[in-house]
Design a protein around this ligand. Structure first.
Ligand code: MN
Length: 405
């Protein structure tokens, strides 16, 4: 039987899907099990699946996800029982597994479209206080609409891929005219994102009740932001070049079903939302989040501890709202939550908030200070859920910042 360390993110309760390669192999579909990866192409040579198993040899999960939840949920259930079953093909066949240490992870899905919500009340309030009016931080629409914008899919990158400090048009402090220069306020945004697993037709809406059928799974999402570029450009049409230079994601897609034990009640929504945004049941998830900054030549400093359960608008409300005008979503589309900030200053999900627009610098272990991120810094985000003996984790998304090109 494959050994799974008790504190592993990739427990038998998780079984997330990803795209991996080993030396000499093309990228293909695998499942993380402890410190190993179950090679589904190898498994399909010893087991006949009731679907076309060539989906496991693809460089993205899209075709596999398109099989539908009936097949993908069943596969996870089968593998869960085979890992423990002495008579199963998995139990004795160590050749079906490769070590994660010997593998390279790739972008898990071909992302067609990417949407970024703005669903944390605390984050929206903090940003409103800093950029607009401390007394009237929330705009009048915020508690009625899950606010979002369309982002750019082409620059979504996997964990491990470095980013370059972007250049852009900014207005330096004290100046009135813009200049073109490397951003001086490079920031992360701590987010989670879900991946669409089923498409709706153009013109067809998805209700809050149906929405979970359309959500395949989740990843950690770091929505890189250049605050000075963003500040100058965002009026009146919203985020553009201050955002679209990169977003980094964790490589393992945790199926929504694996998160079932961690459902919690969401915050009370007052005023009452319109009927199409109302929902039943527990649609928030208790997922613990942390962000660390590792400057070059020193150890990591954890700068934020937050939780996905803080979200004001949940995923089913976001998807119902996204399709309420008949907009169609497709398999592989990525829908991000928006920065996840808690109520405490230590749980804010961006440097903008943690350093309160640069007025409260954060000390690193080597004594250096950060208002925003420096070249050479590595930002690592981690996420996991735990309840009793059940642990389901996302691993991490790690990115190093290189100087501008
Ligand atoms: Mn964002």
């Amino acid at each position: 039987m494959i050994h799974i360390p008790p504190n592993s993110d990739f427990s038998i309760h998780n079984l997330p899907f990803g795209i991996f390669s080993t030396q000499g192999s093309a990228p293909k579909v695998g499942i993380a099990v402890g410190a190993h990866i179950l090679d589904l192409t190898a498994l399909s040579r010893c087991h006949k699946f009731d679907f076309d198993s060539s989906v496991f040899q693809k460089p993205f999960l899209n075709d596999f996800i398109s099989l539908g939840k009936e097949k993908t949920v069943q596969l996870r259930k089968d593998i869960q029982s085979w890992i423990k079953d002495k008579n199963s093909v998995l139990y004795h066949n160590k050749d079906l597994f490769v070590s994660q240490a010997d593998s390279k992870m790739h972008l898990p899905v071909r992302v067609g479209d990417y949407t970024d919500f703005y669903s944390s009340l605390e984050h929206a309030t903090n940003v409103g206080k800093m950029f607009r009016d401390p007394k009237n931080a929330l705009l009048p629409n915020w508690k009625h609409i899950p606010v979002a914008y369309h982002g750019r899919a082409s620059s979504i990158i996997p964990s491990g891929q470095s980013i370059f400090r972007p250049k852009g048009q900014v207005v330096p402090t004290g100046a009135t005219q813009p200049v073109y220069q490397p951003t001086e306020s490079l920031d992360f945004e701590l987010e989670m994102a879900y991946i669409i697993g089923k498409e709706n037709k153009l013109g067809q809406t998805i209700s809050t009740e149906e929405a979970e059928e359309y959500i395949f799974g989740m990843v950690i999402f770091n929505d890189w932001s250049a605050r000075d570029i963003q500040k100058w450009e965002y009026v009146p049409l919203g985020p553009f070049l201050g955002k679209n230079f990169a977003s980094s994601i964790s490589p393992w897609v945790v199926p929504l079903e694996a998160l079932d034990p961690f459902r919690v009640k969401g915050p009370t929504q007052e005023p009452e939302v319109l009927p199409y945004l109302q929902y039943e049941g527990m649609k928030n998830y208790d997922i613990k989040l942390e962000v660390g900054i590792t400057p070059e030549n020193t150890s990591e400093r954890i700068v934020s501890r937050s939780n996905f359960k803080h979200m004001y608008w949940n995923m089913v409300q976001q998807l119902a709202h996204h399709t309420t005008n008949g907009c169609n979503v497709r398999v592989g589309d990525m829908i991000a939550s928006g920065t996840i900030s808690g109520t405490e200053a230590s749980s804010f999900g961006s440097m903008l908030e943690l350093s309160w627009a640069g007025t409260k610098p954060i000390k690193m272990h080597d004594g250096s200070e950060r208002k925003f991120l420096h070249d050479g810094d590595t930002v690592t985000m981690r996420a996991f859920s735990e309840k009793g003996h059940i642990r389901v984790g996302f691993g991490e998304v790690l990115t190093k910042i290189k100087s501008h090109i």
